[in-house]
Design a protein around this ligand. Sequence first.
Ligand SMILES: C[S@@+](CC[C@H](N)C(=O)[O-])C[C@H]1O[C@@H](n2cnc3c(N)ncnc32)[C@H](O)[C@@H]1O
Length: 211
Amino acid sequence: MTFEKKITVKLSGDAHSRIDETPDEQFYKIPRFVTHIDTGAIDAVTELYRKRIPVDTVVLDLMSSWISHYPEDVNYHRVVGLGMNARELARNKQLDEWFVHDLNSQPDLPFRPNEFDACTICVSFDYLIQPITVLQELGRVLKKNGVLIITYSNRVFETKATTAWLSLSEQDRKYLIRTYLQESEVFADIEFLDCSPVTGDPLYAMIAIAN
Ligand SMILES: C[S@@+](CC[C@H](N)C(=O)[O-])C[C@H]1O[C@@H](n2cnc3c(N)ncnc32)[C@H](O)[C@@H]1O
């Protein structure tokens, strides 16, 4: 699906401020063994991953928790998770390795250049306060032509989402993500997909290819 408008979102000085400016480690100290979207939306994420992530590759689940939504019947060579809560990540059966790492205090990724074939960020992108730096880091750790899949819905921890995200409608958030992707200058072929199930939570995806 294409974008209807050629909008570039103008980011104001407080675009990445948040209601709760305390360190993220406080908010994520307690594990949350919940699903952040409903079953229909999770199935839509899984189907998207099945179609877009090549099998037998090395995959990074950024902003990961106790579930990653990868198809159970597909083999990946190695799956690495990065998130904020050790107990959640330790329970995630799809991860071969995991790291606790706060991307808001330290946007540099603890990985080698060209380490990954694909990266997924599921219902979490709205919490990044340095999204362009994180995207540039993803450009470094993804191989050329590696795929980035960012999915989002309409649910949010309001106190931790950025002002930029909260100020836009559900329909216009794709333009914000596209603006970040363009400004990072490390991704091309940006696609938007509405993968929403017939009933349940909406599910949108932005897909981009590393240069
Ligand atoms: C709404 S949950 C989504 C979790 C998971 N991706 C899923 O689909 O269920 C938001 C996730 O973002 C991660 N996160 C939030 N702030 C972060 C930060 N500053 N650095 C790294 N990860 C962060 C949290 O660890 C949490 O797992």
